[in-house]
Design a binder for this molecule. Structure first.
Ligand code: ADP
Length: 453
């Protein structure tokens, strides 16, 4: 087992990794930018190293500084968390070549799944259904147009190197496709320094359902069930739950087995997530694979009883998975609301600043994963998420009711948060009945006939 792990991240996930390490009696090293000097991850880690000024390019994404921090502190492994360098194959390579274990899959796996066009081809070859679309990246707008003509509109143009919902454009006809193609390329180039795009059929009212996968170095690969992530705004998730109210046990078993097969095709190692779109008629398509721990991993932890971060560390240290597929049991229902420092009444605009008062809800089945406290200043430089509120219950109604109460209890003063949005969403009749798709938030905010429950 490792002696010391450096966490190449900040915020709640840095805390989450520190807690897992402490349980495993592994020493921790936090890194921080000048804007995060007063962060909890800095206080709770055994050691900490300042790695530069606030902009991520000067700190959390600055590979040489992270490696130097690992070297001077004598760490033997690096956990990348999510975001920042977590899906950067070059970073994984550098870690390994400098003698550190990268807590995640190999750089080769990250590279293959990171190029979404390659990932689609790989999974199609492994027998997974993929959304009809281009074989690889598109050469130009004429190729896009002829392909869109043959698969039929609407289509979605997506960045091959995409992530976080950026670099995507929906086109309902030829005119929109010609206009959107260049915009998608430019957005992709700006966001990912790679302007390659591909095209897919746009599924009108899909559900986003993803499967948690885990592999170890002894060739075991299991799935831990699914998460329903259809509550999204601008393709970014706001609420996640497990199990999905949409899937039957038989579907869970068959899609889960298929996801395992896909991951086996690349000999997948460590935690990964396979994302699918489910059409209203139950047909489903592979969308992409994320080669890291996800923000929404706690809902899977709550229903399976497994600590996914400890499992990541154990597997990276060469141990076997702590359970077999037959031993995975799902119990109860869990739901997560992402609390962001955003003003939802004004288009979810960022609301950084000092938190003057913070009260964290509690009681049976309530978990809060957060790095903030009263007096903490939310810096404007990073992701706006200030915490995750997770409610567990013996069934969905109990989890929902506990979430509703926790959302009434939580107090965050000094900044605006997405708590009022979550209250609206959780009480909504459509949400309560589980009738959700990726357009739910749009409909909710337009106040379509979705009577309060
Ligand atoms: P990212 O990696 O940027 O998060 P994804 O490929 O995971 O991008 O897609 C994010 C979201 O965009 C999905 O959850 C879904 O809501 C929407 N989306 C992506 N592809 C399609 C598609 N072919 N049809 C309809 N919606 C899509």
């Amino acid at each position: 087992m490792f002696r010391k792990v450096l966490i190449a991240n900040r915020g709640e996930i840095a805390l989450r990794v520190i807690r897992a390490c402490r349980e495993l009696r592994i020493a921790t090293v936090a890194v921080f930018s000048e804007a995060d000097r007063d962060s909890l991850h800095v206080r709770l880690a055994d050691e900490s190293v300042c790695i530069g000024p606030p902009p991520p390019s000067q700190s959390y994404n600055y590979i040489a500084r992270l490696i130097s921090a690992a070297e001077v502190t004598g760490a033997d492994a690096i956990h990348p968390g999510y975001g920042f360098l977590s899906e950067n194959a070059h970073f994984a390579d550098v870690c390994v070549s400098c003698g550190f274990t990268f807590i995640g899959p190999t750089s080769e796996m990250i590279r293959r799944m990171g190029d979404k066009a390659v990932a689609r081809r790989t999974m199609r070859e492994a027998g997974l259904p993929c959304v009809p679309g281009s074989e690889g990246v598109l050469a130009d707008v004429d190729e896009a147009q002829s392909l869109a003509g043959s698969i039929g509109y609407p289509v979605i143009i997506k960045a091959a190197a995409g992530g976080g919902g950026r670099g995507m454009r929906v086109a309902w006809d030829e005119k929109q496709l010609r206009a959107g193609f260049g915009i998608a390329q430019a957005e992709a180039g700006a966001a990912f320094s790679n302007d390659a795009v591909y095209l897919e059929k746009y599924i009108a009212r899909p559900r986003h359902i993803e499967f948690q996968l885990f592999g170890d170095g002894q060739g075991h690969l299991i799935h831990l069930g699914e998460r329903e992530c259809s509550v999204q705004r601008n393709h970014q998730k706001l609420i996640e739950e497990s199990p999905s109210p949409f899937l039957s046990d038989a579907q869970r078993r068959s899609v889960g087995a298929m996801a395992v097969k896909g991951a086996q095709a690349i000999g997948y190692l460590n935690a990964g997530t396979m994302e699918f779109l489910f059409d209203q008629d139950g047909s489903f398509y592979f969308m992409e694979m994320n080669t890291r721990i996800q923000v929404e991993h706690p809902v899977t932890e709550e229903v399976t009883g497994l600590d996914l971060v400890k499992e990541q560390i154990r597997v990276a240290a060469g141990e076997s998975l702590s359970l077999t597929q037959d031993q995975v049991e799902w119990r109860g229902h869990a739901i997560e609301c992402r609390i962001n420092a955003e003003d939802y009444e004004h288009g979810f605009r960022p609301s950084p600043g000092k938190i003057t008062y913070w009260y964290k809800p509690g009681g049976p089945g309530i978990r809060v994963d957060s790095h903030v406290y009263a007096g903490y200043g939310v810096p404007p430089y990073y992701d706006s998420m200030i915490g995750k509120l997770i409610a567990y219950g013996k069934d969905r109604p109990e989890a929902l009711r506990r979430m509703e109460i926790a959302l009434e209890e939580i107090i965050v003063e000094g900044i605006k948060t997405t708590v009022p949005f979550h209250q609206l969403a959780i009480r909504d009749a459509r949400f309560q009945s589980g009738d959700i798709d990726t357009h739910f938030v749009e409909a909710l905010l337009k106040k379509e006939p979705v009577a309060a429950g």
